[in-house]
Design a protein around this ligand. Structure first.
Ligand code: 5GP
Length: 189
C-alpha cells in the first residue's frame, strides 16, 4: 500500500471491539477509524456522521450502484458498508486506517487489498459473549439470537485472519493491539 496501512478488525458483536478500538485510538496518534454507513437505526447516543452514516435502504443501494463502498455486507437484516473515498484519502495521507467490520466484508477487503492486515478480536467464550450482549441491554431477544448465530459463523472464520486477540481483560487486549500497530509502523519505517 502506498503510504499508510489498512487494518481490518473483526470479531463477533459483543466481543468488545468497539471498546478496544476506542481505547486504542486514545493511545495511537496515527490511527484513523473509518466511519461506516448502515441502514440500521441509531442506538441511543449514536450520532450520524460520528458512529455511522445512517442511510435509508434506498440511499445505501444507490451507493452500491455508484461503487461508493470499498466493501459492503448484510448483517442481521441491515446493510453495512465502508465509504471508499475517505479510506483512500487517509491511507494516502499516511494514517494507519482501521476498518471495524464484520467477516463477509473483511474477506472482500482481503481479496481486493491483500496487503491489508487482518485482526480478529474474540470473546473468551460464547457464554461470555451472550452475557455481554444481554448486559448491554440495547438489543431485543430476536436480535440477540441473530447476533449469537452470526457470532458462531464469525468465530469459525478466525483462521482467515493474521492475528487474533482474546478480549478477556480489556487493558491487556488494548496493550496487545497497540503493540501490534506500533510494530507494523516500525516495520514500514
Ligand atoms: P453494530 O450494529 O453492532 O454496530 O454492528 C454490527 C456488525 O457490523 C459488527 O460486526 C460491525 O463490525 C459490522 N460493521 C460495522 N460497519 C461495517 C461496515 O462498514 N462493513 C461491514 N461489512 N461490517 C460493518
Amino acid at each position: 500500500m502506498a503510504q499508510g496501512d489498512l487494518f481490518v478488525i473483526s470479531g463477533p458483536s459483543g466481543a468488545g471491539k468497539g471498546t478496544v478500538i476506542a481505547r486504542v485510538l486514545e493511545r495511537a496518534p496515527r490511527v484513523w477509524l473509518s466511519v461506516s454507513a448502515t441502514t440500521r437505526s441509531p442506538r441511543e447516543g449514536e450520532r450520524d456522521g460520528v458512529n455511522y452514516f445512517f442511510l435509508s435502504k434506498e440511499e445505501f443501494e444507490r451507493g452500491i450502484e455508484q461503487d461508493d463502498f470499498l466493501e459492503w455486507a448484510q448483517y442481521a437484516g441491515n446493510y453495512y458498508g465502508t465509504p471508499r473515498r475517505s479510506v483512500e484519502d487517509h491511507v494516502a495521507a499516511g494514517d494507519q486506517v482501521i476498518l471495524e467490520i464484520e467477516v463477509q466484508g473483511a474477506l472482500q477487503v482481503k481479496e481486493r487489498m491483500p496487503e491489508a492486515k487482518m485482526l480478529f478480536i474474540a470473546p473468551p467464550s460464547l457464554e461470555v459473549l451472550e452475557q455481554r450482549l444481554r448486559g448491554r441491554g440495547t438489543e431485543d431477544e430476536a436480535t440477540i439470537r441473530k447476533r449469537m448465530e452470526a457470532a458462531r459463523v464469525e468465530l469459525s472464520q478466525e483462521k482467515e485472519y493474521d492475528v487474533c486477540f482474546v478480549n478477556d481483560r480489556l487493558d491487556q487486549c488494548v496493550d496487545e493491539v497497540v503493540a501490534y500497530l506500533e510494530e507494523q509502523a516500525a516495520n514500514e519505517a
